[in-house]
Structures are given as structure tokens and as C-alpha cells.
Design a protein around this ligand. Structure first.
Ligand code: PMP
Length: 377
């Protein structure tokens, strides 16, 4: 703690992949309101979800999110529970119609998704995979072989572990598919605008870019509602959830509240004359460019992902001399650079630089990486 205070930091920089850093302003506001929200005499966790206090929190959060992500009126915003992995089942339960579904596999998360869908769909077609390159590439949509009459096509628009990102969503119509596109945008939601003209459904856990674990965001085109399989649990039937404004069961009220504060924080952000998500995108490009350049220019660090699909949010990198991994992590921690250890399935390091990570945090990491490299050259 003394070391990072000396570096003029009030808190360490937290590079966790999720649950991840939340803007300090959001946490400070939540702390100030913890015992008594807006003179109601209650903390948010203690309120009925049907009371006027919580309803005002809910309605503001939904409206702010709709504005931030420019969600068109014919899409419903659902605040659910269960996380991304539950959605791997909930999506086919609602959308597969027990028919054929298409998957693009670009890393661990879409791999998990397609496995789960096999329980509900009659057939799962892998229309493209990056597995042959160790998930360091995203196959060009021009090479995909889409099915005829698929109920939907699923892809993970940002693979948190392998660090690949779709910088453009595919135009399925142009590929000869009428299927709605389903995207798992857990780890880059609100980091960049979404092209809703190409999306049927987007889902994501909140614990990376929006707030605490326990809240799952689903944004779904209205015409896709109402086709759930008979076995679909009522609490996971998108139509029932939508018809009840996400209050068929008790929604994750605390998560919605913190996400709502994060939406207000996002709306206040400005960058080069832009605000909100457009501003975040500019900042995220600057942060990612700084870190990738530092990696590419070094002799010690390496990132293996192809340049056209490198994630702006999750940047895995390896030390060419892996015997230095522990020393690297220990030195980072001393400087207030936390949670840089890579995912256990791939090893190495990973810097997750979500919206809450300022450019100064990435600069501090890059400075440390240079110093460590010089010291060990
Ligand atoms: N999809 C992606 C892209 C993720 O990064 C994660 C979590 N890291 C998940 C799904 C799974 O989310 P959860 O653990 O909330 O179910």
C-alpha cells in the first residue's frame, strides 16, 4: 500500500478478468448510500423490488442502458441471473426450437457454449473454428459454411481467455443465413457501440464491465420471444421475463443498482468531444494500443493473437523466459498492479483493461514491464 501511495495512486490498478474493477466513484457513491438510499431510511439491498424506490432505480438503469448502447425500441432489455454459463442453456431453451443451431468457435467460451447447446438442439453445426491456430485467429466470415434454416448462429464477440475480439459483427444475410445472430458480449459490453442491425440477442454477465457478479444482461429482439421449449423453466423464459419487466422472480436488485451507477458514470465520461460508450471506445483503443505496442516492441513479452482480432479488453501475454513469471507477478503486486496472472488453462499473463481501467493504469503497467525487462536483460 505505501508503494502505490508513493506512486500517487489512491487504489492499486486491478487487471482482473472478472469479477473486475469497478470505477472508484461508483463504489464511493454506493458506500455513501449503503445505509440510507436517498433519505428512504433503507439501503438498496433491503428494499422490496416492487417498491417505488427500487422501481425508480430500475427504470433509470434500463433507460440509461438503452441510451448508452443505443438499443432500438424493438429490443427488450432483461435483467436476469445465472451468468453467461446459464445463458448457454437459456438461449437454446428459448431460441433453438429443438432444431439446428450454428456456432462459431473462437475460444474457450464459445467452445463451452456449443457443448451446452447440444442438450437442447437437434444438431449443432460448427460453421467455423479458430482451434487450428490455437485460437489466435478469428475465421473470416467469408469462409464460414452456415446451415440452411438454423434457429440461430452463436458467437462470442470477445473471448476473455484467448484475447480475441470481433471488430465487426458478421452480416449473416450476406452469408446466406436468415438465422438471428446471438452474441456473448460478457467481456466487452459497453466498451464499444453494438451494431443492432446485425444482432438478434446479446447476453453478458455484469461482472466485467458493468458491476458485480449476479446480474446477467440479455438484450433480445421482440420477435424472438415466445418460442421457448416446454421444458424451459418459467423464470428463464425470455417472454415471461420480458412481460414482467424482469420481475417475474426477484431480480438481482443490488447488481442492477451498481450497474445503474456505472451507467451514470459511463454517461459522464468524455473523450475527444465524445461521450458515453463512444468515448469509452476511444479510450479503450488508446489503452490497448499502448499495451500491444509495448509487448510487440519488447524482446521479453509476446502476444500471439493476429493483429486484426486482438481484444481491446483482455490482453494475454507471455514472458519468453517463463521461469521469470513469479518474479514478474511479485514485482507487479509491489507496485499496485494486481491480478495479472493468466487464466489457468493458458498460463502466462493477462491484463484485462475494462472500462474502469484508466489509461494511467495501463501506462503504469507498461512502465513496469519495461523496467522488469531491462533488469532481467
Ligand atoms: N462468457 C464469457 C465471454 C466470459 O468471459 C465468461 C466468464 N469469464 C462467461 C461466459 C461465463 O460467465 P459466468 O461465470 O458468469 O457464467
Amino acid at each position: 500500500p505505501d508503494a502505490f501511495l508513493a506512486l500517487n495512486m489512491t487504489r492499486p490498478y486491478n487487471f482482473s478478468a472478472g469479477p473486475a474493477a469497478i470505477p472508484s466513484e461508483v463504489l464511493e457513491q454506493a458506500a455513501a448510500e449503503m445505509l440510507d438510499w436517498h433519505d428512504s431510511g433503507m439501503g438498496v439491498m433491503e428494499m422490496s423490488h416492487r417498491g417505488k424506490e427500487f422501481l425508480s432505480i430500475y427504470e433509470t438503469a434500463e433507460a440509461d442502458l438503452r441510451e448508452l448502447l443505443a438499443v432500438p425500441p424493438h429490443f427488450k432489455i432483461l435483467f436476469m441471473q445465472g451468468g453467461g454459463l446459464a445463458e448457454n442453456a437459456i438461449v437454446p431453451l428459448n431460441l433453438s426450437r429443438a432444431g439446428v443451431v450454428d456456432f462459431v468457435v473462437t475460444g474457450s467460451w464459445s467452445q463451452k457454449s456449443q457443448k451446452e447447446a447440444r442438450k437442447y438442439a437437434s444438431e449443432v453445426n460448427i460453421v467455423a473454428t479458430g482451434e487450428d491456430t490455437g485460437f489466435t485467429t478469428v475465421p473470416d466470415p467469408a469462409s464460414w459454411t452456415v446451415s440452411r434454416g438454423a434457429s440461430y448462429l452463436h458467437l462470442c464477440s470477445n473471448e476473455t481467455i484467448h484475447g480475441t475480439e470481433f471488430h465487426q459483427l458478421p452480416d449473416l444475410k450476406a452469408l446466406g443465413s436468415d438465422a438471428p445472430l446471438v452474441i456473448d458480449f460478457s467481456s466487452h459490453v459497453a466498451s464499444r457501440p453494438v451494431d443492432w442491425s446485425r444482432v438478434g440477442l446479446a447476453f453478458g454477465g455484469a461482472q466485467k464491465n458493468l458491476g458485480p457478479a449476479g446480474l446477467t444482461l440479455v438484450i433480445v429482439r421482440e420477435d424472438l420471444l415466445g418460442h421457448a421449449l416446454p421444458a424451459c423453466p418459467s423464470a428463464f423464459d425470455y417472454k415471461i421475463v420480458a412481460d414482467n419487466q424482469s420481475m417475474y422472480n426477484t431480480p438481482p436488485t443490488w447488481g442492477i443498482y451498481i450497474a445503474g451507477l456505472t451507467f451514470q458514470w459511463l454517461k459522464r465520461q468524455t473523450e475527444g468531444g465524445l461521450t458515453g460508450v463512444a468515448a469509452m471506445e476511444q479510450r479503450n483503443i488508446a489503452k490497448a494500443t499502448l499495451l500491444y505496442n509495448a509487448i510487440d516492441q519488447s524482446q521479453l513479452y509476446v502476444n500471439k493473437v493476429a493483429a486484426n482480432c486482438r481484444s481491446r479488453m483482455n490482453i494475454p501475454f507471455f514472458l519468453r523466459d517463463e521461469s521469470r513469471n513469479d518474479a514478474f507477478l511479485a514485482g507487479a503486486k509491489e507496485r499496485g498492479l494486481l491480478q495479472l496472472k493468466g487464466h489457468k488453462s493458458v498460463g502466462g499473463m493477462r491484463a484485462s483493461i475494462y472500462n474502469a481501467m484508466p489509461l494511467a493504469g495501463v501506462q503504469a503497467l507498461v512502465d513496469y514491464m519495461r523496467e522488469f525487462e531491462q533488469k532481467h536483460a
